[in-house]
Design a binder for this molecule. Structure first.
Ligand SMILES: Cc1cc2nc3c(=O)[nH]c(=O)nc-3n(C[C@H](O)[C@H](O)[C@H](O)COP(=O)(O)O)c2cc1C
Length: 273
């Protein structure tokens, strides 16, 4: 393949998908342009066959974050090779990679490599840690090594050939952690009165700095109205929670304790090319 440029397309409210994508893209040793779909829908996303794309998105509920697909809906390739990356919070990525694979196929891209990496869970807190600090140095070393292998494959292959994403083996959860998690989910569904997860703001801690407005991918926080989050717009990505300098924002969710308890065991990145 005669590739001249790399474009990294990402959606990453809390920055973990971005870290993995950049580690991979920087290892390809080609000029890299970043298209960030986190805050708005990018324009002009048409790519030729001599370009290489790296796309990285987070997993929400075992699928690609819906807003990511919405923002990337207009991307078009012309038999353009693409590297697929999903980043998940150490529970499971389930259908996300096959879904992303189908999404890019339909838009004229040829997936030549795919990987699932772990990022600190959006719901992780000091009290309920879930994959804290991931991707860490080991994850990023894996991402860079994989990037170098992708570069070698690109240099050696005459043309882009699609990989079989379904052949990637996902890391497994233990029987007991799954049992416990499924039991919790069933209980949640029975308790119809349970409040949905929502962001709460501690008015005593909030310094009214407005950083949350800039961090929110959906405009759910209005300038000047920092103590309020529009629940109809909020996607619970926790960008405002993690990025608040005063730690005034928290996501009130029953999922954090159970995720922290059930999915402690470290999962390693899995990749194919
Ligand atoms: C609404 C929501 C749903 C999520 N669902 C899953 C999931 O099904 N499995 C999982 O392992 N992590 C899940 N996560 C965690 C994210 O995939 C993980 O934190 C990811 O690193 C976030 O990417 P970002 O930093 O690029 O925003 C979820 C996070 C959110 C906000």
């Amino acid at each position: 393949m005669n590739i001249t440029t790399v474009t990294t397309v990402l959606f990453s409210p809390t920055g973990t998908s971005r870290k993995v994508a950049m580690a991979v893209a920087d290892s390809l040793s080609l000029e890299n342009r970043v298209v960030d779909a986190t805050y708005s829908t990018p324009s002009g996303m048409c790519y030729k066959s001599d370009e290489l794309l790296v796309v990285a998105v987070p997993v929400y509920g075992g699928k690609v974050a819906p807003l990511a697909l919405q923002r990337l809906d207009a991307m078009r390739g012309s038999n353009t090779p693409i590297v697929l990356i999903v980043v998940y919070g150490n529970r499971a990525y389930e259908e996300a990679l096959t879904q992303l694979n189908e999404f890019v196929h339909q838009r004229g891209f040829i997936p030549i490599a795919a990987g699932a990496f772990v990022g600190e869970h959006s719901y992780s807190t000091a009290r309920y840690p879930i994959a804290t600090g991931r991707p860490d140095v080991d994850d990023l070393a894996d991402a860079r090594a994989w990037g170098k292998n992708i570069a070698a494959k690109v240099a050696q292959s005459a043309s882009a050939e699609a990989i079989d994403v379904a052949s990637l083996k996902a890391p497994r959860n233990s029987f007991f952690s799954m049992l416990r998690f499924v039991h919790f989910i069933k209980k949640q569904r029975r308790l119809k009165s349970v409040a949905k997860p929502q962001v709460v703001v501690d008015a005593d801690k909030c310094k009214l700095c407005g950083k949350c407005v800039k961090l929110c991918p959906t405009g759910a926080i209005a300038t000047g109205d920092y103590l309020h989050t529009d629940t109809s717009r909020c996607i619970k990505c926790c960008a405002c929670v993690k990025g608040c300098p005063a730690k005034a924002r928290t996501l009130d969710t029953p999922y954090a304790p159970v995720l922290s308890q059930c999915f402690k065991k470290r999962k390693s990145p899995v990749t194919i090319l």
